[in-house]
Design a protein around this ligand. Structure first.
Ligand code: HEM
Length: 467
């Protein structure tokens, strides 16, 4: 039985089975917190609270309530457990820094111009190259594809080359099997995603694991330091993210970013810029494998926009693949890889009629909100890209769809991600027929972000459409 009392007097609903001292640990699968919280919302409704020891968290699960948490004037970014633990890796990086930290503001000002339309045009040829390498690799293979792993390599290579002029590998190099840096990143994320109860053991029996983690963090920092050392000021080179950070002072203070801040941003972008896009691509391919009708429409669109040959796509043409863009939007609706975001009110406030004190932690659970039937209709669980067609659905409220977060702390890499994902899907869907592995059951890992664990697929080359 869920406990709630009259609104405002009032305790928020909380799950049954709360333990003294430990709180609601039995209600949440610590390895799949976002999925557990979304599941709980089915019985708990749009708002409830969770307690873990002294820590209290309010979870919201409806588009209507998410609307109330949009304003930067009234709410600020809060750091939930995984992001706090990621600080050991990303240090002063954008995603983990406080909004009040002058280093966050300076880095944000320096990096924002790296995501304008003009800057995106510079990344386009790099993305085309890396995607081409992946397609060639898959064409050479026997059809069985490690979708999750290869998507990680693809997106990491894209951000490394486009952002920092650094080449980890060539994806179509037959000798190269897997990228050691991908493993390093995943290990770091796995450690940051440990259940809270394991986190408490760090100072005792978890010491060895902690040491291994610190070693890997040092290795990631060394990779970033090498990129900084390899940087040469060359006006003929495109102004990628590294060049911007090394050569552009903060327009407000006139000060350059420190070497440590640059290093932390490189690590941050390598992590934030690859895992999310890779997960989205993997989810999209998984969904598309069961929808030949959708794939056929995508191919038709590629036929119209690029004469059936995505290898000739220009930057401007990618934006014209509007149906494919809807496919990506819909994949991100069903599987918002970031899971959700944390906020706290700057003043005492009310949510759903319940009182929320200043500074209390609120988690906006996108996995639940993106499937809220009140916002999306009774078929909210169905993959239907045309939901995003202009005028297809009645006006949705602002909070109903926020895969890239909100306000000033929303995703700086949004356009980068969308361009890269649309481009990659255009190439892959044009070159291959997708076949889901009938033995595969969708299992979702939470390594800070959501991703389909071990997703494998069979791809058949469409010979007449070779990319
Ligand atoms: C589908 C892909 C992506 C999704 C769904 C996504 C989602 C998000 C979300 C929800 C946030 C806000 C988190 C919060 O409020 O706590 C965020 C922040 C951020 N993202 Fe992304 N992201 C994606 C791709 C990228 C890419 C490609 C890059 C880099 C090129 C990137 C870089 C960042 C950074 C640096 C931040 C922190 C911004 C700040 O707080 O100043 N993301 N992302």
């Amino acid at each position: 039985m869920w406990r709630s009392r009259a609104v405002d007097v009032a305790k928020l609903p909380s799950p049954p089975g709360r333990l003294p001292v430990l709180g609601d640990v039995l209600s949440i699968n610590p390895r799949k917190p976002v999925q557990s919280m979304a599941k709980l919302s089915e019985s708990a409704g749009p708002i409830y609270e969770l307690r873990f020891g002294p820590t209290k968290m309010v979870i919201i699960n409806s588009a209507e309530l998410a609307d109330a948490v949009q304003s930067d004037a009234e709410w600020e970014k809060e750091f939930g457990p995984p992001i706090r633990r990621l600080r050991a890796v990303a240090r002063t990086g954008l995603i983990v820094a406080s909004t009040q930290d002058p280093q966050w503001a300076a880095a944000h000002r320096v990096l924002m111009p790296g995501f304008t339309r003009e800057a995106m045009g510079l990344y386009h040829p790099v993305m085309m190259d890396v995607v081409g390498e992946l397609v060639r690799k898959w064409q050479r293979g026997n059809g069985a594809v490690d979708v999750a792993g290869d998507m990680n390599s693809l997106t990491l290579e894209v951000i490394a080359r486009a952002g920092f002029g650094h080449r980890f590998t060539s994806l179509d190099n037959p000798v190269e099997k897997s990228l050691p840096v991908v493993t390093l990143m995943l290990d770091a994320l796995r450690y940051a995603s440990r259940p809270v109860s394991i986190g408490l053991l760090d100072s005792t029996i978890g010491r060895a694991a902690q040491q291994r983690h610190l070693h890997k963090v040092a290795e990631l920092h060394r990779i970033a330091e090498d990129m900084i050392d390899g940087h040469r000021s060359d006006a003929s080179e495109p102004p990628n993210l590294l060049r911007r950070m090394m050569e552009t002072p903060d327009p407000e203070t006139g000060q350059p970013l420190s070497r440590t801040v640059v290093r932390d941003q490189i690590v941050t972008f390598l992590i934030a810029g690859h895992e999310t896009s890779a997960g989205t691509l993997a989810f999209a391919l998984h969904l598309l494998a069961d929808r030949p009708d959708v794939v056929a429409r995508v191919r038709q669109e590629i036929g119209t926009i690029a004469d059936g040959d995505p290898t000739t796509l220009s930057y401007e043409q990618v934006a014209k693949l509007r149906y494919l863009r809807r496919v990506v939007d819909e994949a991100l609706r069903l599987w918002p890889v970031a899971g959700g975001y944390f906020r706290r009110p700057k003043q005492d406030t009310h949510l759903g009629g319940y009182r929320i004190k200043r500074g209390e932690c609120v988690y906006v659970n996108l996995l639940a909100i993106h499937r809220d039937k009140a916002a999306w209709g009774p078929d909210a669980d169905r993959f239907e890209p045309d939901r995003f067609a202009p005028n297809a659905t009645p006006q949705r409220t602002a909070g109903a769809y926020k895969p890239f977060g909100i306000g000033i702390r929303s995703c700086i890499g949004r356009q980068f991600a969308i361009h890269e994902i649309v481009l990659a899907l255009a190439h892959v869907l044009n070159a291959f027929d997708l076949e889901s592995d009938s033995a595969y059951r969708l299992e979702i890992d939470e390594l800070v972000t959501l991703k389909p664990t071990g997703l494998r697929m069979r791809l058949r080359s469409r010979d007449s459409h070779l990319a």
